[in-house]
Design a protein around this ligand. Sequence first.
Ligand code: CMP
Length: 138
Amino acid sequence: SIERTFAIIKPNAVQNGNIGEIITAIEKDGFTIRGLRLTRLTPAICQGFYAEHVGKGFYPELENFMTESPVVLLCLERENAIARWREVMGATDPAKAAEGTLRKKFGESMGRNATHGSDSPASAAREVAYFFNAFDLA
Ligand code: CMP
């Protein structure tokens, strides 16, 4: 069925000038962009977004990275959007990501892995609503 998912183009990909190539890949794969915003996360906003990871060993590194420079936030719509976006991104660890995936191309490490995607319908609903209000979803 037609679903929406939430995506982030992470600070390393923005720094490296990869916004355009990642959005091109999104469009070529048949996603419709329903929300799109450039912003810089604060520590508090990052903690709310990654609430399930706060307290884990890697969280301080994750927060430092995600707040170091701007990110692009996206709401993406497509048939089977949640699973398909995860396929397009590839594995969380770029070293394990399949050839041709975004994390393989643009990821630098487990942390600096270029993109984020929601992992379930419940996460997608929460994450879209966390960053976008109804007026910003076309
Ligand atoms: P993401 O899909 O944004 O969700 C949580 C992020 O935490 C994940 O991508 C990784 O970038 C990051 N992450 C997960 N495990 C580790 C780890 N062991 N060390 C550093 N970052 C991690």
